[in-house]
Write a protein that binds this ligand. Structure first.
Ligand code: AMP
Ligand code: MG
Length: 341
């Protein structure tokens, strides 16, 4: 009798955990999935509508080439005169400056002109041709950096007229951080906010870790699986996300600020960190740093979990990542960097 009651109670508690509810909407040019565990449909719809509105505002504020707050900042920078920075843009400038510095400017959100020169400030790929080397070198010589921006209260001015802000490498991470804080404030304990494969997860999936697949640029099946729990973010930068083709050659969207050309030697980098903003900026920075110096940049950016797939399909990992990742590729060539503690 007692056993029956106990079993019934256990079964009821298992059944009382409703399945996760996933909703989708578009923002930052990508499909956003919001998965909530442990809430009913009404609450899920309410939370999704609020978060969708957050993303709509962020998308407008930080768009690199549409008119809006960031567009206004970029229009005023070349004047060299002080002007007030909109509150929606200021925190990204401050955080972007710190992360750029830590990455040794591998991550450099001041190179908007270079990104535009390569055609990535447009959604129309028709008739694309690569820029001339002369135009690229001119911008590399001009050396725009976040540290060219100086502040006096909320007034900002640039000592370099070629600074042009592009938040493409960390805006999604910052947006996910802001939205996840809002989701927590709405009383949610277990959720994943996933923007095209980049995500932050809180809590768990009914007591089990969330299982995250990492895309393989070289194949259909995922490269690896990662289990995340508590409050963790997983961000990947890949050469497959945005690219152009010209005379049989591919040109992707992650630009090495030192050469002015798409970064070479890397196919994708996945970073796991508590903070989505840092994970996003670091994935881009380590992509640029490449297989030979990623671990130095990871150390400087306080990143412990890295998986980098290089152009020869060798998988480079930090020891901490090697311990928790489940690789799904057959006979992989693996290099674990002991240099990263
Ligand atoms: P992600 O996919 O996070 O690596 O970000 C790539 C986007 O960031 C590009 O589409 C550009 O808008 C921008 N970007 C490209 N190269 C860099 C770089 N070296 N530093 C900062 N932003 C970059
Ligand atoms: Mg990034």
């Amino acid at each position: 009798m007692r056993l029956t009651i106990l079993l019934t109670a256990l079964l009821l508690s298992a059944c009382s955990q409703p399945p996760p509810i996933t909703s989708h909407f578009l923002a930052f040019g990508t499909l956003i999935d919001l998965t909530l565990q442990g809430v009913d449909q009404k609450k899920a719809d309410e939370v999704t509508a609020i978060i969708e509105e957050d993303f709509r505002l962020m998308h407008h504020s930080w768009h690199a080439w549409d008119p809006g707050p960031l567009g206004r900042v970029n229009r005023l920078i070349p004047s060299g005169q002080p002007f007030s920075v909109p509150p929606s843009v200021l925190p990204l400038i401050k955080i972007g400056t710190e992360l750029a510095e830590q990455s040794g400017n591998r991550f450099n959100p001041a190179i908007g002109q270079l990104i535009s020169l390569w055609g990535f400030h447009s959604s129309d790929p028709s008739g694309w041709t690569p820029p001339t080397d002369e135009a690229v070198q001119k911008l590399v010589q001009a050396n725009p950096r976040m540290s060219d921006l100086t502040f006096n209260g909320v007034l900002m001015q640039s000592t370099n007229p070629t600074v042009d802000l592009d938040f493409g490498a960390f805006g999604k991470g910052y947006g996910i951080d802001l939205a996840m804080e809002h989701i927590k404030e709405l009383g949610i304990k277990n959720a994943i906010l996933n923007a095209g494969g980049d995500l932050r997860a809180i809590g768990s999936r009914g007591g089990q870790p969330w299982r995250i697949a990492i895309r393989n640029p070289a194949g259909e099946r995922p490269l690896a699986l990662l289990k995340v729990q508590g409050d963790e973010s997983v961000f990947t930068s890949g050469d497959y996300e945005r690219k152009y083709e010209h005379q049989g050659k591919h040109y992707h969207h992650i630009i090495d600020p030192r050469s002015g050309y798409p970064a070479e030697g890397t196919r994708s980098v996945t970073v796991l960190h508590n903070d989505a903003t840092r994970a996003d900026a670091a994935a881009t920075a380590l992509f640029v740093a490449g297989p030979d110096e990623w671990f130095q940049v990871a150390q400087a950016m306080d990143i412990r979990y890295v998986l980098l797939l290089d152009s020869d399909n060798t998988i480079h990992m930090s020891p901490a990542m090697a311990e928790r990742v489940e690789l799904l590729v057959e006979n992989p060539t693996i290099k674990i960097s002991a240099a990263l503690k």
